[in-house]
Design a protein. Sequence first.
Length: 278
Amino acid sequence: MKKVSNVIPEKSNKMYEEFISTRVLNDKDIIDFIQVNNFTKEDIYNNLEKFYQYYISKDVSLDLNHKPKLSLNNGEVNITYTETEQYKQYRLASQLGNKIKTEYIADRILTYCFENLSKTKEKGLLARELIRACNDILENNKINRRKLGELVFGNSNNLNILNSIIHPEIRRRILEEIDKNNDQEFIFIDVALLFEAKFDDLVDKIIVVYVDKNTQLTRLMKRNSISEKEAVSRIVSQMSPLEKAKLGDYTINNNLDVINTYEQVDKVLSELKKGCCK
């Protein structure tokens, strides 16, 4: 298994190391696990990526219906995922009532770890199993984004599982892009779920471009050619634009015409160039 430190460029790696030291290694569950198993400094170092994966996947804000657990088998740290008791009761009640369609995801998929994924053969096996489990959203071996949206928006469990899979990879790629462009005066990262995915620690300043709810709904329906119901289900799955605006260092009101928006952008850029960041 390649270590993250071996694949992330040096400057990005420093950000990764800071995240590990200030957050991951201060997590109570991880500390308890290290102490119970009498880990040496070398043991901790060799399993940093596994602890990182565990820390990200146990984020309570994701409200996942499967909880991660660290285990030690033959000297190797693994992560397994089990149903929460609350979700188990909900699932059983739903099955008995025959009210919803449920999809079975094999334990083999839920218990995959990074070491398995580092092996080409194992990657292929997992890919085939995931394709079989998610066949409804594939068309000509490509993901139908609209069908995927129907599957996750309006279903918090499916959405949270999807986010827990893709957010760590998105974070890694953002760090790579930051390093590639570190000679630029400014680096702008366009992230729709900046706060929800907890990516705000990757930036120095936050510019929030927002619109009111009615404008957001109208534009989303037009851009994606979806119904009002579908648009609403996507909007409610995110923090509202006005809530995000309160958390930004700068805000741009995008309710008006393009010229007005450009004027606001120029003002923000001017302040940044002058070093007037608050």
